[in-house]
Design a protein around this ligand. Structure first.
Ligand SMILES: [Zn+2]
Length: 146
């Protein structure tokens, strides 16, 4: 069995992965101007402040772009996973705040640009959980996932 290659947290990304393993999507945010961005940077790309923190976000957004991968995967895990969907998800916190992830619980024919999505986490081991997105549950469904 080939397992998914694991991300390797570094100084810039370790807080992201710490939140993720606790089931929360948190993105780097500038304490000076409030701008979110992803992936993390050593300083704010907007005001150059070095006062940065990770701030939890809703995990809600919409589908901005997507593709279904059928060929070209190099790692055995991804070769075995074909076909899979890779998408850019624009989060509701800020225009242009885009996180790339797989779309799960959907077929490519059921996707539409602009459709609402929500984050969930794929637990790879005790340390690493990766954020993935799936179609948002119907807003009038009364039960929410814990
Ligand atoms: Zn800033």
């Amino acid at each position: 069995v080939t397992t998914r290659p694991l991300p390797v947290p570094n100084e810039l990304t370790e807080a992201f992965w710490k939140y993720a393993r606790n089931g929360q999507l948190a993105l780097q945010r500038c304490s000076s101007c409030g701008y979110y961005y992803h992936p993390p940077e050593p300083y704010c790309i907007r005001c150059l402040s070095r006062k940065l923190e990770f701030s939890p976000v809703s995990g809600k957004g919409h589908l901005r772009s997507y593709t279904e991968v059928w060929a070209g995967a190099r790692h055995d895990y991804f070769k075995a996973a074909i076909p899979y969907i890779v998408a850019g998800v624009e989060l509701e916190e800020q225009p242009e705040l885009v996180v790339y992830a797989n779309i799960t619980d959907a077929t490519v024919s059921s996707l539409a640009i602009g459709m609402p999505l929500e984050v969930h986490f794929e637990q790879l081991n005790d340390e690493i959980a990766i954020p993935q997105f799936r179609p948002a549950k119907n807003s009038f469904a009364p039960d929410k996932e814990a």
